[in-house]
Design a protein around this ligand. Structure first.
Ligand code: SF4
Ligand code: SF4
Length: 380
């Protein structure tokens, strides 16, 4: 078997099935990544969403003992919404990050990986193949970096001069010894634009991210977002793109190459008030196909409340007080209390006092008391 020829055939085939970049690397362990992950754990920077076994994340042979190489792929995704509805008074809107536009990218990348697998199996019957994307054990970015898909930018994304960092990544571990590609040169240079743009200082020098401070991670949690970060969430409903949009390599990048990744602007930039009253069923119907729906309805609604506070329209005190009085979920009531306090004014203070008298849940009572205390301080 001529592995150079097979690699060339695979590259040609990949272009016909909607893969925008493909690269190859060995199955050697990712030692530098392992050191970085150990450091990340020591510093308590991890999000908790990752595979906990560091060996599995950094040694492909732990996942496939006969592994000889890894095929990395990238799919470019759009960065601009066309005909997006305007967010205006009386119709305030939130935004899903670009990685949640269109059909859940896990499904799109898996589809391409599956097609590659079928092609390889036809050429090499019995080939051992293991595909993964995002939630797999291996770190997609480390694989993509070593396979020459792009360099690992200071914004913790893989960057390519053509597609910028707007690429979804996936990989296949295989027992076929494909000749490896050369990693790309790091073109960040002395630029620090992404670090400067990060609203919470979550990007740590040396290409590390402190997930506990990262808004993208915080929007996906199910608890109350810590008060110190709430004001930084803005109108983000899911994810955060500030370290991508600030990157000079992303400036004019906007590829619309895949039908499935085209966003419905009404879905990814939805009206905030209508989000708050969605039933579970309606949420599933309207948002279930987005990658940003993976944690369910509650975190998106909590973030919508934070977004309403960001816009500070006094007329939104009424719908927020309805939530504070009636919603069964303490995280929603607590966030609504904070939001009412943030919008402020006499009516807000009165509603908060009324609700405090009726509220039994400690977590919510604390939020109401803090909101009242802040308003009283402002009124002094
Ligand atoms: Fe900072 Fe947002 Fe990037 Fe997270 S996603 S590191 S909060 S800019
Ligand atoms: Fe690199 Fe600058 Fe882009 Fe950050 S903004 S990833 S430092 S080029």
């Amino acid at each position: 078997m001529n592995h150079h020829k097979l690699k060339q055939d695979l590259i040609e085939f990949s272009k016909t099935i909607g893969i925008d970049k493909i690269g190859f690397t060995t199955s050697d362990p990712f030692l530098e990544l392992k050191n970085r992950l150990v450091e990340q754990q020591k510093q308590n920077y991890a999000s908790g969403f990752e595979e906990p076994d560091l060996d599995k994340r950094t040694d492909p042979k732990r996942l496939m003992p006969e592994a000889k190489s890894i095929i990395a792929i990238a799919i470019a995704y759009p960065s601009r919404l066309h005909d997006a509805p305007k967010s205006k008074k009386g119709e305030r809107r939130g935004i899903f990050s670009r990685s949640s536009w269109g059909l859940d990218y896990h499904l799109v990348v898996k589809d391409r990986l599956k097609k590659l697998e079928v092609f390889i199996q036809e050429k090499v019957p019995g080939a051992v193949l293991k595909s993964m994307v995002d939630t797999g054990e291996l770190a997609d970015r480390a694989v993509a970096e070593r396979a020459g898909i792009g360099w690992n930018g200071k914004n913790c994304s893989i960057l390519d001069p053509v597609y910028g960092s707007y690429m979804y990544l996936g990989e296949i571990i295989t027992n076929i010894p494909f000749p490896p590609d050369t990693p790309m040169e790091d073109l960040c240079g002395s630029c620090t634009k992404c670090l400067d743009a990060c609203p919470t200082g979550a990007l740590v020098a040396g290409g590390q991210i402190n997930a506990k401070r990262c808004i993208s991670f915080l929007t996906q949690t199910k608890d109350l977002i810590p008060a110190e970060f709430r004001g930084k969430v803005g109108n983000r409903l899911y994810g955060c793109d500030s370290c991508q949009t600030s990157c000079p390599y992303n400036k004019r990048v906007d590829f619309h190459l895949h039908e499935e990744l085209e966003a419905d602007p009404e879905v990814v930039k939805p009206e905030l008030l209508s989000l708050l009253s969605l039933s579970n069923r309606a949420f599933k119907e309207q948002y279930g196909s987005l990658s940003g729906a993976w944690r369910g309805k509650m975190p998106i609604q909590r973030n919508a409340i934070i977004a309403l506070a960001h816009f500070k329209d006094p007329e939104n005190i009424d719908p927020l007080s309805e939530l504070l009085k009636k919603d069964a979920r303490p995280v929603i009531r607590g966030t609504a209390a904070w939001a009412i306090g943030k919008i402020g004014g006499d009516k807000a203070a009165q509603i908060l006092r009324e609700c405090l008298a009726a509220e039994k849940e400690e977590l919510v009572r604390i939020e109401i008391e803090e909101a009242i205390a802040k308003l009283e301080k402002l009124g002094e």
